[in-house]
Every structure is written in structure tokens, then in C-alpha cells.
Design a protein around this ligand. Structure first.
Ligand code: NAD
Length: 255
């Protein structure tokens, strides 16, 4: 089950956190994984760790918010392998604020990474996927792409857009052999959450509150999100497209 031998994958934002766990998990299942990140040191570290574990990976430096970088990444991978089977659009950034404390520059900054980057990178890879009649696209959204989260107006706005983008690609290209799905994590212990906590006056209190939003009373682990990505990437999920899969410890169960 979940054999990705011979598949070529690109995971953005895989120098840390959820993306790092997805890169390791897909590589363990046999895929050649491109570790895509704006952070060269961490991206190279993750690729080296995957190789040290006996699997196949390469680092590719890219800022998804720069269209040229997206096109360059597609050329590099297509020139080397003639294809990309699995695109995991995972790079994302956060922000704390209501409409009163968020300005339009904050919104644009989040939009350029969380949405436009995903749009541009998918646009760069999808023609070849259509030509080959095969492609799996996995977009990291958030539970904040399905429900409002207090104090996260810019973030939730972009993540609702990610869910919409994913569903449109799934519908438009279902007959082209392409599956597109979103993953909607609850809170997961990563650098992303640690830097949000640092924005609160009492980070310890904020940590407890954030843990308690999950019905099971704790935050998730990156590996628990990566397991869902592995399933969606595999041919076992051949009948799954256009979904927004919640992996959130029961956050939304009572709503
Ligand atoms: P993280 O901060 O640990 O890792 C994010 C990675 O993305 C970093 O390596 C960073 O260098 C990279 N990155 C940032 N901007 C980039 C850009 N412009 N181009 C390329 N790479 C870039 O974060 P994480 O918690 O692993 O989050 C990953 C994804 O999961 C994000 O889309 C985030 O919104 C989403 N998410 C996280 C949580 C959570 O609680 N951690 C919950 C729901 C959704």
C-alpha cells in the first residue's frame, strides 16, 4: 500500500514543519522528492537527511511568491525527469490580527505566498500533467480555510481561497487525469505556531488555549498531517478529488 516508487514529487515549504514531514514520508514511500524552500540552509538539511536515510531527494531553492521562481522550478524538474507526478503546495505564512489591526499590505503579503504562489506553481506544472494524463496536487489549507478563527482575518481569507482554488482545479481537470485535494490541519506543533505564540503577551496561556481548540486537547504532530498527504498522493486515493480533508483533532466536530 502507498507505494510511490518511480514518482517524482515536489513539496514546497519542506525545510520545516509539516512540509518537512511530508517530504520524509513521500521519500520513504519511494518517491524522488524535491525539497522546495526559500530557506536554503533548512531545505538542504532536509534533503541531506532524506538521502542519509537511504531515500532520494534534492533541494530546490524557490520563493513561491515569485512567478519566475515557479517557472524555473518547473523547467528544472521537467528537464531532469520529463514530468512531475505529485505537487504538494505547502509553503505558507501566518499573521495574527482582526480587520482593525491588519493592513492591506499584510493581506497582500499573505496572499502572495499562500494563494498566488500556489496558483503560479500549479500553472507551471499542470500543462505537462494534462499532457501525461497524470497528476496529483495536494494543497495545504487549514481548518481556517473552512471556519473563521479569531484574530486571523488575513490568514483565514487566504486559506478559504486555497480551498476554492483546489476545488476549481479538481473540477476543471478531473477528466485530465488530475486529482487536486486540500488538507486542512488544526494546530500542529511547528515553527509556524511557535512564532504566532510569540506574538501574544502571555505565550504560555496562548499555548494552552491553542491546544484546547482541538477536541482531543492537544496540537497535532507534523507526521500526522504527512500521513494524510501520503494517502492523497497514492493511487489508493484514485477516487478522491476536490475534497478538503480535515486533520484537526476534532476541532470542528462540535460546530
Ligand atoms: P513552518 O513555518 O514550520 O514551515 C513553513 C516553511 O515554508 C518554512 O520552511 C519556510 O521557509 C517556507 N516558506 C515560507 N515562505 C515561503 C516562500 N515564499 N516560498 C517557499 N517556501 C516558503 O510552517 P508549518 O506549520 O509547517 O506550515 C506549513 C503549512 O501548513 C502552511 O501553509 C500553513 O499555513 C499550514 N498550516 C499550519 C498549521 C499549524 O498549526 N502549524 C495549521 C494549519 C495549516
Amino acid at each position: 500500500m502507498f507505494d510511490l516508487s518511480g514518482k517524482i514529487a515536489l513539496v514546497t515549504g519542506s525545510g520545516s514543519g509539516i512540509g518537512e514531514a511530508i517530504a520524509h514520508t513521500l521519500a520513504r514511500a519511494g518517491a524522488l522528492v524535491y525539497v522546495g524552500d526559500i530557506d536554503k540552509a533548512n531545505g538542504e538539511r532536509v534533503a541531506e537527511e532524506i538521502v542519509a536515510n537511504g531515500n532520494i531527494a534534492e533541494f530546490i531553492e524557490l520563493d513561491v511568491s515569485v512567478s519566475d521562481h515557479c517557472e524555473r522550478a518547473a523547467s528544472t524538474i521537467h528537464n531532469a525527469h520529463g514530468k512531475l507526478d505529485i505537487l504538494v503546495n505547502n509553503a505558507g505564512i501566518g499573521h495574527v490580527g482582526t480587520i482593525l489591526t491588519t493592513n492591506s499590505n499584510d493581506l497582500e503579503r499573505l496572499f502572495s505566498v499562500n494563494v498566488r504562489g500556489m496558483f503560479d506553481l500549479t500553472k507551471a506544472f499542470i500543462p505537462k500533467m494534462i499532457e501525461r494524463k497524470y497528476g496529483v496536487i495536494i494543497n495545504t489549507a487549514s481548518i481556517g480555510g473552512l471556519l473563521a478563527i479569531r484574530d486571523r482575518i488575513a490568514y483565514c481569507t487566504t486559506k478559504f481561497a486555497v480551498v476554492g482554488l483546489t476545488k476549481c482545479i479538481a473540477l476543471d481537470h478531473a477528466l485530465d487525469g488530475i486529482r487536486a485535494n486540500a488538507i486542512c490541519p488544526g494546530r500542529v506543533e511547528t515553527e509556524f505556531v511557535r512564532s504566532r505564540l510569540a506574538e501574544y503577551p502571555d505565550p504560555e496561556k496562548a499555548y494552552k488555549e491553542m491546544a484546547s481548540t482541538q477536541a482531543i486537547g492537544r496540537m497535532g504532530k507534523p507526521e500526522e498531517i504527512a500521513a494524510a498527504a501520503l494517502y492523497l498522493a497514492s493511487d489508493e486515493a484514485a477516487f478522491v478529488t476536490g475534497t478538503a480533508l480535515e486533520i484537526e483533532g476534532g476541532w470542528a466536530a462540535g460546530r
